[in-house]
Write a protein that binds this ligand. Structure first.
Ligand SMILES: Cc1cc2nc3c(=O)[nH]c(=O)nc-3n(C[C@H](O)[C@H](O)[C@H](O)COP(=O)(O)OP(=O)(O)OC[C@H]3O[C@@H](n4cnc5c(N)ncnc54)[C@H](O)[C@@H]3O)c2cc1C
Length: 393
């Protein structure tokens, strides 16, 4: 019985980061317990469910059961509703995360990880100043379970890092208030992502339409915390839906925070690592956190295996994990953060003039890089921002 056992590794949270960490740690042969507070893995879904084929293939072969739409093109819509269509070089997907997250947990269990739902973790155990397990409640009963390492994969509202003394606060301007409704009974292009960029629709963020087949879509937006206190994300979305899809049926809705920030400066301490949203691993430019969370989970799980085998769970040893994260993606996140800052400084007038310039490029020759070059041409100060990004200033 898991409540009486000691584990090499306990993971808090059964999202993409937690399940991936559990899978890779179990593959490495250590004992793993994953605790999830909700009744079902993958529910409730708080996500637009978009992910790239290339990103997912790092970990798994995409399964047709999780794919609601295959995306081959994207449309950018300017404030004055001019559009640019771009064919994507690499395809993307809109997933059904209820099935996807469930399968990720099952892969971890298949490798030998123990997974327990309805297990709410409410504190950490410490021994000689090191994290040494968790406390919580399962079906009305208190538990205390020891482990050599804990991974906090408890999402955007993470408390595990704070309990271990890590600084996890997100600046208000970098916390996007996101809201999304799944709308059915509408017509959409099932192979296209639509992105609306305007301070009118989503200040400090963007509005998306992600199709789920030809007659339904996840429609949502993120608004920077800097603006959401003046007008709520809900108001922005309801106005858009009333205007654009007045007859659509809302079959589900969700709200949540997205930490569009640089990865935490420090996300490891003695006996503890954070992964996914809890470590602010979301791509700060797009708000995409599924694939980055899985990357963080994989690296944290693999580092846990090395630490257990070396008999050293100190912060010094576990620091291999942030080093690996920065090598594969963390540095890019700092760049994406700076690009995000530059893009969200553009006024609606500037965005319109960029779109007007890109409209002149023939559709066959359009690419994200060309859109970007036009943007720099139209708004020369972007050159400075972009140079800073690539020079790492
Ligand atoms: C509206 C919205 C749209 C989004 N759209 C996209 C998108 O299209 N593409 C994309 O890539 N990303 C998107 N994201 C971001 C993406 O959803 C997250 O980055 C991703 O889910 C992070 O994975 P995670 O495993 O770190 O955390 P989560 O998926 O949040 O999982 C954390 C888990 O920990 C559990 N937990 C928390 N506290 C405890 C506790 N004390 N005890 C036990 N369990 C606990 C939670 O119940 C949860 O299951 C979106 C986010 C929002 C809010």
């Amino acid at each position: 019985m898991w409540k009486q056992q000691k584990f090499d590794l306990i993971i808090v949270g059964g999202g993409p980061a937690g399940s991936t960490a559990a899978r890779f740690a179990a593959i490495g042969g250590i004992s793993v317990l994953l605790l999830e507070k909700d009744r079902d893995i993958g529910v409730p879904v708080r996500c637009g469910e978009a992910a790239s084929d290339e990103g997912l293939r790092i970990f798994v072969d995409p399964d047709t059961r999780w794919i609601k739409s295959v995306i081959t093109k994207l449309r950018l819509i300017s404030p004055s509703e001019h559009t640019i269509d771009i064919d994507l070089k690499q395809k993307g997907y809109i997933l059904d995360r209820r099935i996807f997250d469930y399968d990720l947990a099952q892969y971890a269990a298949d490798e030998g990880a123990q997974i327990v739902c309805k297990a709410y973790v409410d504190g950490l155990l410490f021994k000689d100043g090191k994290v040494a397990g968790v406390t919580g409640e399962h079906l009305g009963e208190r538990f205390e379970v020891e482990s050599d390492i804990v991974i906090g994969a408890d999402g955007v509202e993470s408390r595990v890092g704070r309990w271990a003394g890590l600084a996890t606060v997100v600046k208000m301007k970098d916390m996007e208030s996101a809201i999304q409704k799944t709308i059915a009974g509408i017509e959409v292009d099932e192979h296209r992502f639509d992105f609306y960029m305007s301070r009118e629709w989503a200040p400090g963020g963007y509005l998306w339409i992600f199709p789920k087949g030809p007659n339904a879509a996840n429609i949502g937006l993120g608004v920077s915390g800097k603006y959401s206190r003046f007008r709520s994300a809900q108001r922005y979305l309801d106005d858009f839906l009333a205007k654009t899809f007045p007859d659509g049926s809302v079959i589900s809705s969700t709200v949540g925070g997205v930490p569009c920030d640089k990865t935490l400066k420090k996300f490891v301490t003695d006996g503890l690592m954070l992964a996914g949203d809890s470590a602010h691993m979301v791509n700060p430019m797009t708000g995409g956190g599924i694939v980055p969370g899985m990357r963080g989970g994989m690296l944290a799980g693999e580092t846990a295996v090395e630490a257990i085998k070396a008999g050293d769970t100190s912060e010094k040893f576990l620091n291999r994990y942030p080093k690996a994260w920065h090598k594969i993606g963390g540095k890019n996140h700092e760049r994406f953060y700076s690009i995000k800052e530059a893009i969200f400084r553009l006024t609606d007038k500037e965005l319109d003039s960029i779109v007007a310039a890109v409209e002149k490029i023939s559709p066959d020759e359009r690419s994200i890089a060309k859109v970007f070059r036009k943007a720099v041409f139209k708004k020369p100060s972007l050159v400075v921002d972009v140079m800073k990004v690539f020079a790492g200033i």
